[in-house]
Design a binder for this molecule. Structure first.
Ligand code: NIG
Ligand code: FE
Length: 416
């Protein structure tokens, strides 16, 4: 018979992320670390964190399974990838090669590349095929310790095709141990086959798609790409206002190549503003003085060969920075959160504590989730065990040190 509680330990260092602030810079010295720790799990959540030896004495072995670790482990919260596009079909390897050979955005689009290419491929795919692809990618992330993954639509760009993507994501969520958090990105670009302008497209989508998203509980998040090549702030305000009136959370693809998006995010009280590679001092100040979480996407900078998000400046100005992979077939094909977060850390001079915060509790905040991101009493029992003797090793290996055990909702879901 399975017992109600599980006690795991001893853990050499448990990096709980307890009491670290939602915003601003964090030094490594501020990290609260429990040494020789134990985690008492009750069903899907954490009942208590403490010294393993104390907990072992306190628990009743009749209803507690004791899992005694035989090597040195470091425990971190389950990582959270707060921005991905892992529901897609096709490859854009040709775009990548052309980009590196010096071709422009326009030349790539004219050769049949760009977002529209993925829209075409994704529209051709059956819903089931998209579900399978999403599960496969989600499981790849799960093995690297990512227990919560945001997944966007945005390669459908019509009511039935966006629904197909979001239903595929919903089905995938039921078939992977990771939690998938869906987001509607119908505002990714004006589809080439839409008979009307940007405003008319967004109006059609908000009128016809939003009510179905609510009805089928497909998502509670609406995203849009604010950029000259996609949608302008003036197009987006009415779209976001409608979304907010229906109770959706807002998130924005902002300031990737030119500014404008972060201002919309702040004015609309968005949960997060993602990208920000082009943000200037004014945008940094504005974001830092708001409750919008800035999401850095180093995978897009590495994929495109562009600037990194000014994460150091945002943190120094008092803002909140999460870090996500942006895994997509175009700008960010790598899909490796920990590696990318570590690389961002070296270029932006982020402390290990800030990197960890960016992929744990600050990433949870970017998804408006308060039940995960720290290994403390009451949170979901989502955590990783790395077989090593100091938490610094995790960042030092730049993603090459992967978890030996991944725990999700109180269950061991991956063991190396
Ligand atoms: O976050 N910036 C816009 N959208 C995606 C790219 C999607 C694609 O190229 O397919 C991004 O980088
Ligand atoms: Fe993106």
């Amino acid at each position: 018979m399975t017992k109600k509680y599980k006690l795991i330990g001893p853990i050499t260092q448990l990096v709980s992320m307890e009491e670290l602030s939602a915003k601003g810079a964090i030094t490594d010295e501020q990290l609260s670390i429990v040494e020789n720790a134990g985690i008492l799990i009750e069903e899907d959540h954490i009942h208590t964190v403490g010294k393993f030896s104390d907990l072992k004495k306190q628990v009743d072995t009749l209803d507690t399974e004791i899992i005694e670790l035989q090597a040195s482990y470091i425990c971190t919260p389950g990582f959270i990838d707060a921005h991905t596009h892992i529901c897609f079909s096709g490859s854009r390897a040709k775009d990548y090669a052309m980009r590196n050979a010096g071709k422009s955005y326009l030349e790539i689009a004219e050769a049949g590349g760009g977002i529209w290419d993925t829209v075409t491929q994704t529209r051709k795919a059956e819903q089931q095929e998209l579900t399978c692809g999403t599960i496969k990618r989600a499981n790849k992330l799960l093995k690297k310790g990512i227990t919560t993954i945001e997944v966007k639509s945005g390669y459908g760009l019509s009511v039935p095709e966006e629904l197909k993507m979001l239903r595929a994501i919903k089905n995938a969520n039921q078939q992977t141990e990771a939690d998938l958090i869906p987001t509607c990105l119908a505002g990714h670009m004006l589809p080439k086959d839409f008979d009307g302008d940007h405003k008319e497209y967004l109006e059609a989508m908000s009128n016809s798609l939003f009510p179905i998203l609510k009805e089928e509980k497909l998502t509670n998040r609406i995203d849009a790409f604010i950029e000259k090549s996609a949608f302008l702030p003036t197009d987006i305000y009415p779209y976001f206002r409608k979304a907010k009136a229906l109770g959706f959370d807002i998130t924005v693809h902002a300031d990737q190549f030119s500014i404008g998006g972060s201002e919309v995010a702040v004015k609309m009280n968005a949960i997060s503003a993602d990208h920000l590679e082009a943000s200037t001092e004014d945008e940094i100040e504005m974001l830092a003085n708001s409750n919008v979480v800035s999401v850095a996407l180093p995978g897009a900078s590495i994929g495109l060969g562009c600037n990194f998000t000014p994460a150091r400046k945002i943190l120094n100005a008092g803002g909140s920075v999460a870090i996500a992979s942006d895994w997509n077939p175009g700008s960010a094909p790598m899909g490796d959160l920990l590696t990318q977060a570590c690389i961002l850390g070296t270029f932006e001079k982020l402390t290990n504590a800030e990197i960890m915060a960016g992929i744990t509790f600050r990433a949870a905040a970017a998804l408006n989730l308060s039940d995960r991101g720290r290994v403390i009493k009451g949170m979901l029992a989502d955590f990783n065990l790395f077989q090593t003797d100091h938490f610094n090793e995790i960042f030092y290996h730049q993603g090459k040190l992967v978890p030996t055990q991944v725990w999700k909702r109180g269950e061991l879901v991956y063991k190396q």
